[in-house]
Design a binder for this molecule. Sequence first.
Ligand code: NAP
Ligand code: MG
Length: 504
Amino acid sequence: MTTPRVSTLTSLDDWLDLQARTAIPSAMWIDGAWDQASGRALPLISPRDGSVIANVTSADAADVDRAVQSARRTFERGSWSLLEPRQRGEVLLRWADLLDEHRDELALLLALEMGKPVTVAWNVELRTTINTIRWYGELVDKLYDESPRGRNGALALVTREPLGVVGAITPWNFPMTLAMFKIPAALAAGNSVVVKPATQTPLSLLRAAELSALAGLPAGVLQVVTGSGSVVGSALALHDDVATLTFTGSTEVGKKLLTYAGESNAKPVSLELGGKSPNIVFPDAPDLDKAAATAAWAISFNSGQMCTAGSRLVVHEEIRDDFVARVVKHLEAHVIGDPLDPATTMGPLAYAVHRDDVVDEIRKGIADGATLVMGSDEKRDDGLYVSPAVFTDVDPGSRLAQHEIFGPVLSVLTFSTEEEAIAIANNSDYGLGSAIWTADLSRAHRLSREIDAGLVWVNCYEEGDSSVPFGGHKLSGHGADRSVHGLEKYTSLKTTWINIEGAS
Ligand code: NAP
Ligand code: MG
C-alpha cells in the first residue's frame, strides 16, 4: 500500500463535509465491542466552538473491573499472548494500514476533541502514530532471548515474558501519539491492555480500538475505558489484576499513581511527566535565524501544549535583543484559527479551564515583574485561543521560570558564561527536553553531558524516531517509551536453569 503524502481534503468545507458524514464514537470499547456500561454519559465539548460533539460514557470502578477481567481472561486463554510473534506483528501492521486508510476521519476527531489543526493532526500526530505501530509490528519477531555462558553443566535461559494486563493512562495533548507510544509495545510483547484516555480526548482512540478489531486483534486484548481520572483512572491504578501501569501526564497525578501501586499489588509504574525544557542559544549558533524559528516553534507547536515545549529560552546576553525580536517575528507568522481549516497553524487551547489557567499565568508573570514583549493577559473573545506570549527579564527562581504552564508562554532568561547556562538549565525540578545551539562541537558535547535531562537536542529541537527512547529525568519521570527499550516495562525477566550434565 502506498501512503498518500497529504490529505485530499484541502478546504474547510471539505472537513465540515466529512464531519457531517462521520459517526462520533461515544461508548467504551470492551471485549471487542461497544459497551455502554450502565448508561451514564457526559457531554464532550469541542474547544473548536464550544459545541457538544458526543455524550461519552462515564464509567465507574465496576466497569473498569469488567474491562480488566476481560483483558485477563484473554491473556490467560493465550489467543494473543501465545500467538507466534510474527502473527502478532502482522496484526499490528494491518492495524497501522487501517489507521492510515482512515487518516482523514482520525484527524477530524483529533481536531474536534482537542482543537489540534487538522493539518498537524494528519501530518504530524497520525504520521508518528502509524509509524510507531508499524515499527513495533516489524520488530516483534526480530528479538532474541539470552543464554549466558555462566556455568558448565547447566544452561541458563533468560527470557522476557509478558506481564498480563497493562493499564495505560494517557493525556489529552497528543491523544493518539502518546497512547500509541505505549499500546503497540505492550501488545507486541504479548500483553492485554486497558487504556484510559483523558476525559477531553477519548474519540480518536475509541475509533482506533474499533479498527484494531478489523485488523484481527482478538476481542479482549485492547479495551478503552472512559471517564474521569479520579474514578476510572484510580480504579485502574488500584486494581490488583493490573500487572503494570504506564502513564503519561502531569507530575502531580504521576505521584498519585505510585501511591496507588503501593496501596494495591505493588505493580511497577512508568511515568512520562511534565517539563520546563531549556533551549540554550550561544552567539555562535550555526544559523541564528533557524534557531529563532525553531525556538518559536518549540513554544507554539500544539499551542504550547507539549511536555517537551522549549518554555525556557536561555539566550546569551549579547544576542538577546536581536534573537528575541526574531522569535517574535516567527511567532507573529502563525495563522491562529479554526482547527478544521487546513490553513490554520495554531488552534485553540484544549478546554476552557486550561485556557483560563494559561491566561492567569501570563497575569502572574506580569505581576512578578517580568516584561511582556508579546501577547496579552486578556482573554480573547473569539474562543479558546491564546496568542503566543513572550516574557523577558525573567528571574531564574520565579514562577515563570519554574512552573510548567503548558501553553504558548515563553520565558526568556539570559546568561554570560557556559557555567551559568548549565546552572540555569539544571535549576528545575524537571528534566525532560533540552537544546543547545552552538557551532562548537566540544561545547555541545560538554553541555550535553552536564544537562540533567532525558533528551538533549544539539542544533535542532524535538528530533525523535521510533528507534530512539523518549523519556525524562527527575520529576519528568522514568522509564522510556519508544525503541526496543520501550518494551522493557511490559515484560519481566525469567531465568530458567537446565541441568545438562545429569540429563539422560
Ligand atoms: P493529567 O491531569 O495528569 O492527566 C493525565 C491522565 O491521568 C488523564 O487521563 C487523567 O484523567 C488521568 N488522571 C487524573 N487524575 C487521576 C488519578 N487520580 N488517578 C488516575 N488517573 C488520573 O495530565 P493532563 O492534564 O492530561 O496533561 C498535561 C500534563 O501531561 C502536563 O504536565 C504534561 O507535561 C504532561 N505530559 C507529559 C508527556 C511526556 O511524555 N513526558 C507528554 C504529554 C504530556 P482526566 O482526564 O479525567 O483528568
Ligand atoms: Mg489534567
